[in-house]
Design a binder for this molecule. Structure first.
Ligand code: BTN
Length: 289
């Protein structure tokens, strides 16, 4: 686990944030950046402290899945968020982070338009290009004081091929664009965007976040099969949108149901929102859900 000071300097030259990413640890290889962020947060690292890894040996995804990404080609990082700074915005945080990722990618690759598959998978040309894992360590009494959050983000940037089991599921910016993307510039832009959505949330701008989310959300009015976690069976339903807490609203045979992130997964063939320049294979552990 060697630190890479030249990478930190390269990022610093591009950073336009007040706080996010200003304190940074960039490693060649770690197990996963999320537990490092949580441990650092407990040691007093401030909101916005950043852990980046060139390679994760045990990258984690939602639902205990893994997240694998080729070394040196992608972005895999976690941000420290002190829970006090989060106020009551923890529910919308994963959605807000997905907005930042999708909007930042869009700025960097216009005229292509990424979309978001609820709750926080970012799709590019209909395939998963980014996953987000928010993990928290909160006091048992539910108090915010002393609690902390790791916002872990993986973006497939310049990876050229993926394992065959991810064909049709995962993609990278490189695969769609047919050119390499500057990871440092992308990360600097993304940190600025995350700082801004964090400011919006902190200032009570939940409605603004939800509106931006709805603009980017894919699958609305699609009928899909939801798999309930813990072997609780499947349900078919039509996606209606998200409610004020970021939960998914679905019309099923039983009426309108509210599904929370962590309770269900679903697969859907997402219609293309952008012209596809080039598509190639895709990757595992990066299943959307
Ligand atoms: C998912 O799509 O299931 C979430 C994937 C999250 C991956 C990121 S990469 C950086 C951070 N560290 C991890 O181990 N996971 C997250």
């Amino acid at each position: 686990m060697n630190e890479l000071p030249d990478h930190i300097e390269a990022l610093n030259r591009l950073l336009q944030t007040r706080q996010f990413g200003r304190l940074c640890r960039w490693y060649d290889a770690v197990d996963s950046t999320n537990p490092i962020a949580l441990a650092w947060a407990k040691d007093g690292a401030p909101t916005g402290a950043l852990i980046v890894a060139e390679f994760q040996k045990r990258g984690r995804g939602r639902f205990d899945r893994s997240w694998s990404a080729d070394p040196g080609e992608n972005l895999t990082f976690s941000l420290v968020l002190q829970a006090e700074a989060m106020q009551d915005n923890l529910e919308l945080l994963p959605l807000a982070l997905a907005i930042s990722v999708a909007e930042t990618i869009q700025q960097n690759v216009e005229p292509h338009k990424p979309s978001i598959k609820w709750p926080n998978d970012v799709l590019f040309a209909g395939r998963k290009v980014s996953g987000i894992l928010v993990e928290s360590s909160l006091p048992a009494d539910g108090a915010r004081h002393g609690g902390c959050v790791a916002a872990g983000i993986g973006i497939n940037v310049n990876q050229s091929t993926f394992p065959s089991e991810l064909t049709g599921i995962a993609t990278s910016l490189f695969q769609v664009l047919g050119r390499r993307v500057d990871r440092f510039a992308l990360l600097a832009d993304l940190l600025l965007s995350i700082e801004s959505v964090f400011d919006v949330l902190s200032a009570g701008g939940q409605e603004d976040i939800l509106q931006r989310y709805r603009t980017l959300m894919s699958g609305v009015q699609k009928t899909v099969r939801f798999e309930r976690m813990g072997g609780a069976g499947t349900t078919e339903g039509t996606i209606l949108g998200v409610d004020a807490s970021g939960a998914l609203q679905v019309r099923t045979a039983r009426g309108v149901e509210t599904l929370r992130a962590g309770e269900v997964t679903f697969r859907t063939e997402i219609p293309e929102r952008s012209p596809v320049v080039r598509l190639a294979d895709s990757s595992p552990s990066q299943k959307s859900g």
